[in-house]
Design a protein around this ligand. Structure first.
Ligand SMILES: Nc1ncnc2c1ncn2[C@@H]1O[C@H](COP(=O)(O)OP(=O)(O)O)[C@@H](O)[C@H]1O
Ligand SMILES: O=C(O)[C@@H](CO)OP(=O)(O)O
Ligand SMILES: [Mg+2]
Length: 439
């Protein structure tokens, strides 16, 4: 343990990011001996296919594709990949595109069309690798007939502001899309496919991560309607018409069961938030901390979850429980924020600000919530450092912490006191991690 909790926290964060590096995650899951490709517990003979293609979408597309290019070498015929602006890179045989996230844009439609065109030329003698990571829902957008890109943009915007969960957001997106909710599996049929999936959703549900384009979908038009009612969403006439048709059975729902379309689809999880927590705990132990991992499935309103961490910090300082110091208490997951103000921030920065408000004056503690993709909300920060002195610092620069929290302006708070956590785009994405250090 160093004298400086911040430098330990930085060290733990960088170990998390390298531990869930998608390149290594793919190499751990896929190995090659001659023409035999071992994936998880299965084995494939790559000489039995005419062509092998790669289709990648999500924030981890570049590193995942690089790993597969390395494994397949000249056996890879080509491919298409899409990732978020700033997450790009160069690949040998794969055309890599960048598009808008979390709100989709025209480039996400161009990318989806490119993927569709590639899949439509595949046949039963071909093998397609789908490299799937979080972010794919926005990055690969192909609206269903009659639905427009602006329908997607306005609904995504609304759902994110009301604090809908990713499960709810993707239920809506899947039903408006031709590629999500099993859509790519339909396009790739009858070729064989292998999906390698980096999870950024609590519980690793394959039909929610990146809107499950290669798996049967569990959500229905009825679920869609319930979400509309729950958040009182105003729909465009086109979307309203689609839902009505869907509820009446005039329009087919997303594919539900393991029909012929999915018979030759194989799915493997290559990394998730648990792996990130494991890496964090390992490093914290090496640094000399007593460690405790609470959960990898934390959900709920960000500012309220932060109050739980503040209560744990106070308990640690007063009673040295649940761990004797130096202690590192870890959790992971994805909170939500009901946005009421006009400020700038993200889930992690909102948590950090709420924690700071609850722990004023508490000594020798540090809370660092961090988005593993390096972008917390629409900001260039991954998260923030919050401690017992955050509020003192804010007084010195004449900003009002409570007012900034009310305005969801956590970015400004931490920028002003110089305590943003900046990593840059990390090229990976396994939700958020929450690190509480007690010195
Ligand atoms: N001002 C804000 N304060 C707090 N959270 C915000 C703010 N603006 C947007 N968000 C949240 O940021 C989320 C999108 O951020 P992003 O980090 O891109 O998510 P993900 O990593 O899951 O793709 C939205 O769910 C939204 O609730
Ligand atoms: O693409 C998506 O559907 C989600 C979940 O996988 O990712 P993100 O929250 O990063 O947009
Ligand atoms: Mg997410």
């Amino acid at each position: 343990m160093s004298d400086d909790l911040r430098s330990d926290a930085r060290d733990i964060v960088s170990n998390i990011i390298s531990g869930v590096d998608p390149f290594s995650c793919v190499l751990r899951a896929v190995s090659r001996e001659g023409d035999r490709l071992n994936v998880g517990a299965d084995s494939f003979d790559i000489s039995s296919y005419e062509n092998i293609y790669l289709v990648a979408f999500g924030k981890a597309s570049v590193a995942m594709s690089k790993a597969l290019e390395e494994i397949l070498g000249d056996d890879l015929s080509g491919g298409c990949a899409v990732t978020k602006y700033g997450f790009g890179g160069s690949l040998k045989k794969v055309n890599i595109m960048e598009a808008g996230h979390p709100i989709p844009d025209k480039n996400g439609v161009i990318a989806a069309e490119c993927i569709r065109d590639l899949l439509e030329k595949t046949g039963s003698k071909d093998l397609v690798f789908f490299l799937i990571s979080g972010g794919g829902s926005a990055l690969m957008t192909l609206p269903r007939k009659g639905i427009s890109l602006s329908d997607f943009i306005s609904l995504t915007n609304k759902l994110m502001r009301v604090g809908a969960t990713i499960d709810e957001i993707n239920t809506i997106r899947k039903h408006l899309s031709a590629v999500k909710g099993g859509g790519l599996a339909k396009m790739a049929y009858p070729s064989e496919s292998i999906s390698l999936i980096l999870s950024d959703v609590v519980g690793d549900p394959l039909d929610v991560i990146s809107s499950g384009p290669t798996v049967p979908d569990r959500s229905t038009f009825e679920d869609f309607q319930q979400i509309v009612e729950k958040y009182d969403l105003k729909l465009s006439p086109a979307v309203e018409g689609l839902v009505e048709d869907g509820l009446e059975g005039v329009v087919e729902d997303t594919p539900k069961s393991e029909g012929p379309v999915f018979e030759r689809c194989h799915h493997y999880l290559v990394g998730n938030n648990s792996l990130a927590l494991h890496e964090a705990e390992k490093r914290a132990k090496e640094l000399g901390y007593n460690t405790l991992v609470l959960t990898s499935s934390l959900v709920g309103e960000a500012s309220e979850i932060a109050r739980v961490f503040a209560a744990i910090a106070r308990e640690e300082r007063k009673e040295s429980r649940p761990l004797s110091p130096p202690a590192c208490i870890l959790a992971g997951g994805e909170t939500t924020v009901r946005i009421k103000g006009k400020g700038k921030g993200g889930r992690c920065q909102e948590m950090a600000l709420s924690f700071a408000l609850e722990t004023r004056g508490l000594e020798n503690i540090l809370f660092v919530p961090a988005a593993t993709d390096g972008n917390d909300g629409p900001t260039d920060a991954a998260g923030a450092f919050a401690d017992g002195y955050s509020l003192e610092k804010s007084k010195n620069v004449h900003i009002d912490a409570k007012a900034l929290l009310r305005q969801n302006n956590s970015y400004e708070f931490f920028r002003e006191i110089g305590d943003l956590l900046i990593t840059g785009p990390t090229g990976t994405n396994v939700m958020d991690v929450y690190i509480l250090l007690i010195g």
